[in-house]
Design a protein. Structure first.
Length: 227
């Protein structure tokens, strides 16, 4: 079976994941690659129901109100449903899967709730086993981490519409700035631990242009898609 490739665009809230995923998708299509774009959470599917409840604050108004092991299962089930119904066959026939977030998002956001390093590593080992062995989701071949510090991403999120409600209401992750800081600090350590490809989105105190970041992203994945 000629399995495909899973490429993940990861980063904290407001880092430009959706924009860069779309640009990379269009670039790959233009160059005649067999590619499919997926996004997590998959808000268009019923499988994201528990994720929506969690982010809307129905289980608690703060992210820490829900144990990271519990909240991770919400996202994992959503990914499993998407994989089985939307892209498993495409992937197994050799297609390129381009994911705006993936299991890596649980590593970034849910692991940030755990401050103790030993407990965090224990959680990360559990998560890897849970999603990649028990749920049998494909392990990503390439993860690109968009390194956008929260003091910059916060301003970019101000006018962004809520992906669940479509209005200006922020979910429990986005509205908690301290949580965003913890997530960013954690993501930098995670990126190093798992050897993700890191694209710095800020240079000399200024956010790089979308085009500049896009070029860096494409330069990284060229080797993967041309194998």
């Amino acid at each position: 079976m000629n399995r495909g490739i899973v490429i993940v665009i990861e980063g904290c809230d407001g880092s430009g994941k959706a924009t860069q995923t779309q640009r990379l998708y269009e670039k790959l299509l233009k160059e005649n690659y067999k590619v499919k774009k997926v996004e997590y959470p998959n808000y268009k599917s019923d499988s994201s129901a528990l994720v929506k409840m969690y982010l809307n604050g129905e289980f608690g108004s703060n992210p820490e109100d829900v144990n990271p092991y519990v909240s991770s299962t919400f996202y994992a089930c959503d990914r499993f449903a998407s994989y089985k119904t939307e892209w498993k066959e495409f992937y197994e026939k050799g297609g390129i899967i381009l994911a705006d977030r993936y299991t890596t998002a649980n590593m970034v956001h849910q692991a940030s709730k755990i401050r103790n390093k030993e407990e965090k590593d224990k959680f990360l080992d559990w998560l890897w086993d849970f999603e990649f062995r028990i749920f049998a989701l494909p392990i990503p071949d390439c993860v690109i981490f968009l390194d956008m510090p929260p003091e910059y991403s916060r301003s970019l999120m101000k006018e962004r519409a809520n992906k669940i409600t479509g209005d200006a209401h922020k979910d429990i992750h986005e509205k908690d700035y301290e949580y965003l800081i913890h997530s960013y600090d954690n993501s930098c350590k995670i990126a190093e631990k798992y050897k993700w490809n890191r694209v710095k989105c800020v240079e000399n105190g200024n956010i790089k242009s979308i085009q500049s970041i896009s070029k860096e992203v494409f330069d990284i994945i060229k080797g993967e898609v041309s194998k």
